[in-house]
Design a protein around this ligand. Sequence first.
Ligand SMILES: Cc1cc2nc3c(=O)[nH]c(=O)nc-3n(C[C@H](O)[C@H](O)[C@H](O)COP(=O)(O)OP(=O)(O)OC[C@H]3O[C@@H](n4cnc5c(N)ncnc54)[C@H](O)[C@@H]3O)c2cc1C
Length: 513
Amino acid sequence: MHVAEVLIVGAGPSGLVLALCLTKLGVKFRIVEKNSGPGQASRAIAVQARVLEFYRQLGFADDVVNGGLKMERLHLRNGSREIAALRFGDFGESLSAFPFVLSYPQDVHEKLLIEKLRANGVEVEWNTELAGFVDDGERVRVTLRSKGVEEVSEVAFLCGCDGAHSRVRQGLNLKFSGGTYEQRFFVADVEETGAPVKGDINICLGPDAFCLVFPIRNVNQDRLIGIVPKELADRENIAFDDVRSDVEKLAGVHVHKVNWFSTYNIHHRVAGHFRVGRVFIAGDAGHVHSPVGGQGMNTGIGDAVNMAWKLAAVLQRRADASILDTYETERVAFAHSLVATTDRAFQAIVGRGLSSSMFRLVVFPILLPLALKFSRGRKAQFRLISQIRINYRESVLSEGMAGEVQGGDRLPWAGGAGSDNFEPFNSMDWQVHVYGEASQGLRDSAARREIPLHVFPWNAVAQEAGLAKNAAYLVRPDGHVALADSKQDANVLERFLERFKIKARVLTLSSNR
Ligand SMILES: Cc1cc2nc3c(=O)[nH]c(=O)nc-3n(C[C@H](O)[C@H](O)[C@H](O)COP(=O)(O)OP(=O)(O)OC[C@H]3O[C@@H](n4cnc5c(N)ncnc54)[C@H](O)[C@@H]3O)c2cc1C
């Protein structure tokens, strides 16, 4: 077996995407999972555009899009009466090559990620649990337990992608501050007949109850989510039949098969740190929040991508080790804002408890204005939901401004007019973009530093995207702008690269095989 430089604990979406990125970047690693195989529950179903953009970099976005269902509309209903309808469709047109929200159940999603890893010669080590670890400052000594047998080995970095009850987070004695909502929820994946509009999202409201109906897998299968009635909330074993009659009445469906039923409490918590020395945490290990907006899994995947290229760069001596500090500063800030936003949305919708006054207190003053705002500002809503708006402007790795683009922003997508500026991101490497003409000084500087320079035509699409003509954008491996320089000053670029000792990958590096 090869000598691993990184140990990934947990083969959920965060760990699997971290593994895929490290594979692409030529880092040797192991990925261990205490379960015997991939997750069987559909759990997270919304895959956001920003994640599809990352998957495009990894080469399999189309597989996910073709396997999923685009969510076209959202209906707000009172019994069978429609109160409002929001059209999603391609509501992010011109903002992303993936201008929609995709439904793609987590179990299918994880299986695909595992297949992609396997195609690269990487196997998840199932039935293998992290039992403990010690970071001595130089290496991390890890103890793994598989079928009762313990193994001790050493890695340069340990990444805890081990979910909300993270052993890694606990081993670091990190606080997981926040709380738990008092309501208990149920989730059911069912086959049914009669859902008001097949393939669309429905929020069905009653005087003292609500039920969300989402399409999954195919248009004959739906996800139902609701609140467990108070009188059942303390019971240990609740089955779908306990809520069946209420749900069927409220959602106007007849359920003939239940594929999965579970009840759960929702927490809102963020870990005190995302990194201590050589040990990192990502995904649910670092942040959990209400599923409002379908952001949880997507955020974990974003953590994984952010961490992966920094680990690869430091291990391959292509960047100063200080860039590892920016993983926490960049991702913890987003986790805090996400927990706060989803908390506000959650409190607005269910936090006051459900009662016969729900329509007076929630639907008319909150949901209806939200629906109205949505139709007026579809693009702004897409930016928010899709995660393309996430920026690292406060990061030490971010500098300058050109056009409407600041250092730290995701480089705006300027595609669809015969050229696509995200195409070169497939290298998952540093690169310089110019829209218009590149000066000889910039060309020389990029060549000297062996950073690929991509020159795109200046056109209406680039202008509309907020880019500036003839500016230089130094773009990170994750598609975020590090340096935006309207003057194309080669010295500014060189100083920036030198400050963080940044080098591009240039050579094709050996893989995990
Ligand atoms: C009922 C339900 C519904 C949800 N719905 C949504 C939704 O609609 N939208 C959304 O975005 N999110 C949703 N989520 C949340 C989403 O599922 C999580 O955000 C996502 O799974 C997080 O991925 P992760 O890889 O960080 O952690 P996980 O998926 O929890 O994976 C962690 C993995 O680590 C393994 N592990 C733990 N400890 C160890 C150890 N010591 N050694 C080895 N392996 C270990 C675990 O077995 C697990 O496989 C839902 C969650 C639940 C429970």
